[in-house]
Structures are given as structure tokens and as C-alpha cells.
Ligand binder design. Structure first.
Ligand SMILES: [Zn+2]
Length: 341
């Protein structure tokens, strides 16, 4: 009987278990023993992989479990007496060629770089547009509930004022030919100041402070036009997916489901703390300019509102709402909007 230390995986999660392999040569039984593992396997249910270079190798079990063993030489010696029919080692000689290994490392590195820099945004966009309306609705509702608990207060705007702004917005959508079912929510933002943001469901939250900051209602419609663009291009979902792709990949590798569940919780945090990429912000500005023009409104109202927000928030960049806290500096965006007219 020989003992070999190994790492056991049950085949259902990727959680590793430290175990000892006991090879009973006489009755052909392999015992796998660890803190949470106690298995007895017959010879016919055990497959030992061929040796591949100096790396660890796997012993596979009929039920999908497997063990990783680092001590190749001891394993070879044990297998020779325990299960004489294990695979040959021609692959071992082939794989030790360092040239092959070097090429594999370079190719793998390039593939990973390409996957992260190009594949991630591409994949996030595909997934964001594939998510069913029911998913985005639930995600939007949950996000609004979380924000209401944490930092939003009921609006202090009068009923008449809300009706007037909703009517302006509806008139803009109709004139611009946008049939997306948006939903406006007025809220007071405790200490956060003028802000507006769009949830993945199409709900747009606008703060009382922003309404008060505007000197012309068309400036509010212009901000809403910008938020509508974020909704139609699914920018929030794409940004959260891109940023959490690494978390999701990590969760799959470690088998830790709790980090995947964190995805839903990431949305409210992201909305108020992060910023959109330069590309998303430009896309939303350009889209807003186009729709405002189609509706017969001057896109300069968006530039005016950006300027007001920038001065209202002063140097406190972190307190700026998402559309004024972006990568392209506010002045650059104002010039771009005015230039697009
Ligand atoms: Zn924006």
C-alpha cells in the first residue's frame, strides 16, 4: 500500500480538496481520503492520464470526479503494479520539447490579450442585447428599490410641475419618433445634487435639484434625450457586464457562486460611482443631438445644461452626475455638441 498526496475535485464544483490516495494493490481498490472526502473506487472506474511533460496529471473517476497528482514518479511506480494497462508515454517525450511549450505560451498570451481587449466589449454588447425584457425589468425595479432605500427621497416637485415635464418629454419622444417605453421617476437626491440616470429597464431617474438648476424646460428634455440614448444602446448593462466579466470568470473557476450573485448588487453601486467610457458618452451625446434635432429642439440646450452642471458642482468631480463626470472633459463635449449642429 502506497500513499500519494493529491488534490481532489468532485466534478460538480471547481473547489479543490486536499486528499491522500491509498493504492491497495491486492484487491485493486483506490481509496481517496480527505477532510470532506472518503471514496473507495474499483480499478475499472479509475483512469490514469498519460504523462504530459513535468506538469501535474489527472486521475479521472467514472463519476466525473478527478484527482490532480504532482508526484509523477511515485504515481508511475504505483500504477505499474496496481493497473498495468495505463497509457504509454510517447506523449511525454513530445511535450517536453521546449520550443513547442514556448510557442504555446506566446499563442495563449496573445489569445488572452485579444479576448480581454476586443472580446469583452464585443461579448458584453451581444449579451446585453440578448437579455430578455423581463430580466431588464426586474433588474431595473430591484435597482430602483435599492437606490430608494439608500439615497433617494420622495420628490418635492408639485404634481403640476411633474405633469408639465412628463408632457414635454412625451412630446419630444413623439416628434423624434422614439417608441421605446421609458418611465420617468422624480426623486430628491439627498445631498447628491443635480443628477439623472437611466436604469436598464428604461426607467430614467431625474433629481429635483436638476429640475431646479435648469432655466428652460428644454434643457431638462435635452438631458432626458441623452439618458434615452444610454437606455437604447444598453450602456449600463454593457458596462456592468464588461466590469463583472472578470468576476464571473473567477466565480466559474473557483466554483464560488456568491460572486456571481453579486452581479445584481453591482448595478446600483456602478450607477452612482462609476462613469461611462468615452465611447458610450460620445454615442449618447451624438444620439441625443440627432433626436433633439429631429424633434425640432436646439441641441445647444444639452451643452448649456452640461455647463450649468459643471459650474454647479465646481471642483467636486466625484459629486458630478454621470453625464458630467465622463472621460471626455465637459468643455470638449460641449464643443462637440455645438459643432454637430
Ligand atoms: Zn451619459
Amino acid at each position: 500500500m502506497t500513499d500519494i498526496p493529491a488534490t481532489y475535485f468532485d466534478g460538480r464544483t471547481s473547489r479543490p480538496h486536499a486528499v491522500t490516495l491509498r493504492w491497495h494493490a491486492l484487491d485493486g481498490v483506490l481509496e481517496v481520503a480527505g477532510e470532506e472526502v472518503a471514496l473507495r473506487l474499483a480499478r475499472r472506474d479509475v483512469t490514469v492520464e498519460s504523462r504530459l511533460g513535468r506538469g501535474p496529471r489527472f486521475i479521472r473517476f467514472a463519476d466525473g470526479g478527478r484527482c490532480e497528482v504532482a508526484d509523477n514518479d511515485t504515481l508511475d511506480a504505483v500504477i505499474a503494479t496496481w493497473a498495468p494497462q495505463h497509457g504509454g508515454n510517447w506523449l511525454h517525450r513530445l511535450e517536453t520539447s521546449w520550443r513547442l511549450v514556448a510557442v504555446a505560451v506566446v499563442v495563449l498570451g496573445a489569445a488572452m490579450w485579444a479576448a480581454i481587449h476586443h472580446g469583452l466589449p464585443w461579448g458584453a454588447k451581444k449579451v446585453a442585447f440578448m437579455l430578455p425584457a423581463e430580466f431588464t425589468r426586474v433588474l431595473g425595479d430591484q435597482t430602483l428599490e435599492a437606490l430608494d432605500r439608500a439615497m433617494l427621497a420622495p420628490t418635492t416637485l408639485t404634481h403640476e410641475r411633474q405633469i408639465k415635464l412628463r408632457a414635454d418629454f412625451a412630446a419630444f419622444l413623439q416628434a423624434a419618433g422614439d417608441t421605446t417605453p421609458y418611465q420617468i421617476e422624480f426623486r430628491a437626491l439627498k445631498g447628491q445634487g443635480a443628477n439623472a440616470f437611466a436604469l436598464p429597464s428604461g426607467t430614467i431617474v431625474i433629481s429635483d435639484e436638476l429640475v431646479l438648476l435648469a432655466e428652460d424646460d428644454r434643457e431638462i428634455v435635452a438631458v432626458l434625450a441623452h439618458e434615452c440614448a444610454h437606455v437604447r444602446h444598453r450602456h449600463v448593462l454593457r458596462a456592468v457586464l464588461q466590469n463583472s466579466a472578470v468576476v464571473v470568470a473567477f466565480a466559474l473557476v473557483t466554483g464560488d457562486a456568491s460572486s456571481t450573485a453579486a452581479f445584481g448588487g453591482a448595478v446600483p453601486t456602478w450607477l452612482l460611482q462609476s462613469k461611462f467610457s468615452r465611447e458610450f458618452e460620445r454615442e449618447a451625446d451624438a444620439d441625443a443631438v440627432e433626436k433633439l434635432r429631429a424633434a425640432g429642439l436646439d441641441p445647444a440646450h444639452l451643452a448649456t445644461m452640461l455647463g450649468r452642471l459643471s459650474s454647479a458642482h465646481g471642483d467636486d468631480k466625484l459629486a458630478l452626475p454621470e453625464y458630467a463626470r465622463s472621460h471626455p472633459p465637459t468643455q470638449e463635449r460641449i464643443n462637440a455638441i455645438k459643432g454637430a449642429r
